[in-house]
Design a protein around this ligand. Structure first.
Ligand code: COA
Length: 257
């Protein structure tokens, strides 16, 4: 697929998706958002792809936010549409993605950049990463799910402080908050992501997909996550992966999913 602002490299079941506008610190303009949706749609269909690693180009930024130059003169209606379309096409799309998506935060993850990382299923950061939601410093609020996902990940009090101060936190602090799972050196980040992806790929991708949905259902208004879990747990018993997984255990061998 031809993309202007994204690089996609697929190897051994892992798709590495790199936001590639380094001169603009990988800021998310309309074109980039459109391409993220298109590439992820393609990755959903591509059966050779099991896990997606999402990162930013260059050594400075993961993504420094939504492209401020693009929305600076938007009206109320245009602002609303920007958030609604972005959430549906990219942020919720990634959060609900049926294959694991891991954000590798290699520098600034600000505003829409942190929101993109938070839409991924979990995050690993490099030591130089800096994270924050600076929107109120621009007179706007986070619009790509930040007011919802940050409190889910770090708790309401810390989220309120981060949003109100518009400040940046270090990778180390983000790890203590549970916002990122691990911090490694910048040189190690990609290998770390691949190692985690390989560990994931030893397991049943069918079961993982069902687990992603069950976990996410906890956060959907009006949906009972426990009921979703019971349903998905039952459905698992009808899959080939369940037969192979249990059989392999009983035969004292590794499962071949
Ligand atoms: N939207 C549009 N352009 C952006 C951008 C964004 N969110 N973040 C960075 N850029 C652009 C800069 O305008 C600059 O472009 P130019 O060279 O054409 O002038 C280029 O990326 C490099 O950024 P610069 O500000 O010169 O780098 P820096 O090292 O001095 O500062 C940051 C880095 C991240 C602190 C700073 O770029 C910044 O504050 N960015 C905006 C962060 C933000 O508020 N994001 C939330 C948006 S809702």
């Amino acid at each position: 697929m031809q993309t202007e602002n994204l690089l996609t490299h697929i190897e051994d079941g892992i798709a590495l998706v790199t936001i590639n506008r380094p001169k603009k610190l990988n800021a998310l303009n309309r074109q980039t958002l459109k391409e993220i949706n298109a590439v992820f749609t393609h990755l959903k269909e591509d059966e050779s792809v099991k896990v997606i690693l999402l990162t930013g180009s260059g050594e400075k930024a993961f993504v420094a936010g939504a492209d401020i130059a693009e929305f600076a003169d938007y009206s109320v209606e245009e602002g609303k549409k920007l958030a609604a379309d972005g959430q549906a096409l990219v942020f919720d799309y990634i959060a609900d993605f049926p294959k694991p998506v891991i954000a590798l935060i290699n520098g600034f993850a600000l505003g829409g950049g942190l929101e993109l990382a938070m839409a991924a299923h979990f995050r690993i950061a490099s030591e130089n990463a800096k994270m924050g939601l600076p929107e109120v410093s621009l007179g706007v609020i986070p619009g790509y799910g930040g007011t919802q996902r940050l409190p889910q990940l770090v708790g309401k009090g810390i989220a309120m402080e981060m949003i109100m101060t518009a400040g940046m936190i270090s990778a180390e602090k983000a790890a203590t908050y549970g916002l990122v799972n691990e911090v490694v050196s910048q040189e190690e980040l990609l290998d770390k992501g691949k190692a985690v992806a390989q560990k994931i790929m030893r397991n049943s991708m069918v079961a993982i997909s069902a687990a992603i949905k069950a976990v996410n259902d906890n956060f959907v208004d009006g949906v009972n996550g426990f009921a979703s879990e019971i349903e998905a747990f039952g459905q698992a018993f009808g899959t080939d992966d369940f037969k192979e997984g249990t059989q392999a255990f009983l035969e004292k061998r590794k499962a071949n999913f």
